[in-house]
Design a protein around this ligand. Sequence first.
Ligand code: AMP
Ligand code: MG
Length: 522
Amino acid sequence: MLDSVKTTPDDTSKAQTGLHSEESPLFSSLEFSNRFHSLGEDFFSLQEPDGLHKPELVHINHSAAQLLDHDSRQLDTEHFCQFVAGQHIPKNCRPVAAIYAGHQFGGFVPQLGDGRALLMAEVKNSRSEYWEIQLKGAGMTPYSRRGDGRAVLRSTIREYLCSEAMHGLGIPTTRALAMVNSEEEVYREQLETGASMVRMAPSFIRFGSFELFASRNQPDKVQQLADFVIENYYPEISLQNNDVKDNPYQQFLSAVVEKTALMVAHWQSAGFAHGVMNTDNMSILGLTLDYGPFGFLDTYKRDFICNHSDHQGRYSFKNQPSIALWNLTRFAETLLTLMTIDEAKATLAEFEPVFTRHYLSLMEQKLGFFNADVSNEEHQKRSTLILSLLNLMEKNQVDYTLLFRQLATAAGYQENTPIRDMFMDREAFDTWHKHYLKLLEQDESLSPEQRCKKMNRVNPKYILRNYMAQIAIEQATRYRDYSEVDKLMNILLNPYDEHPEMEHYAGLPPDWATQISVSCSS
Ligand code: AMP
Ligand code: MG
């Protein structure tokens, strides 16, 4: 058994640094579990944050705070700001930086790690859920390589907004709890200010965590990590089962394949491109992780490349499913001391059908087909319809989010829907629309009104387009005005609702949006 390890609150070496406070009202009500520590110091380095100079709170996310049983409106904000800035460590926290490796743009990097993030604690909430609390941007670690351990405000705002936008869309993701700006000077292409944010996830373990130990030829460590992840995050898999036909590690691989396929199916159906699908950015729990130069589709374009540093388009929108499988294959290779090659191959072969099933199910719903209990032939007709719509959208450069949000009106059995004006080739659209209405008619389980309502719960009105983040970033960096971050958080956490005061963000992006370029610089 891997028991939870309680950290030692009376650790004198930490108390001397002055970062630890005796009384910590912030987390005093929480139960600290810190299970990651039980793996031992081959898996991490103890590292205290290097606090940011003169921090100020940019945002506290009430939605995420609730996961820690906090009403953040009653938080002692000064204390909390110090925590987010890395200036104060609650009494029972023993921060660590995790070590990992990874394939970056196809090439193996033997050692990486949390270069600017620290796992501050793991807490258990009143619903017995475990949440790891990570601080990003609070200083150097043994894994910083040539980096400075900092994150700039611009990239912090982007990660913060996007992780909550994804959550709002129902896509598995790490969460964002709070963010500070500071007067710390950080150099990128120009002088910027340092910022930090608190992220939360059940675990931040990555494919790369396994790759590190496999590449060092340490199969016992691979097994220890696998056992830890299975025991704590995949409890439905029994490690005690001695039946050779039921290899628990194969089941583990299968579960990771399933979760990754589901995550990427969500990305493809929402029009989200991650931008840096390196194996060190792939969560073992199938959570969208490490937001850098991500982008949502404006017009539907399969070849969309959101990362301007990705010259080959390795991580283009259309490549995401095959890259996910490539990454899973690298992960499976780390488990080859725990299963046969045939077992690994058979499990990896599950990816494509699982991905396709999830993707088509999500797309069927976007088109208003909520009855999944139909014949294969019917599903096939729907798939053909989906594909022909996507082809038409690409040819006619139609905005992905806008089209699907307005599709509910076209599903309302109207011959002349306003959507047809979104297509240059209106006749082609009319032909498609006729087929669409015909297929919808066969599904009598919903009235047009009911269908329209349900469609508006799966087709968002608001997504985080680059220009929206850019407006919030400009206001924050130029004037230290963070109000736009707050406004965007409200719509992105509820992207299916109407927000009349924010209607200007529900339309096409402005012309200047095409000038925005995002790269790995963060
Ligand atoms: P990313 O592609 O942003 O996930 O980063 C890849 C690796 O570089 C990770 O191990 C990061 O921790 C590290 N890294 C990125 N930026 C910095 C920085 N400014 N300082 C230290 N490490 C960094
Ligand atoms: Mg990363």
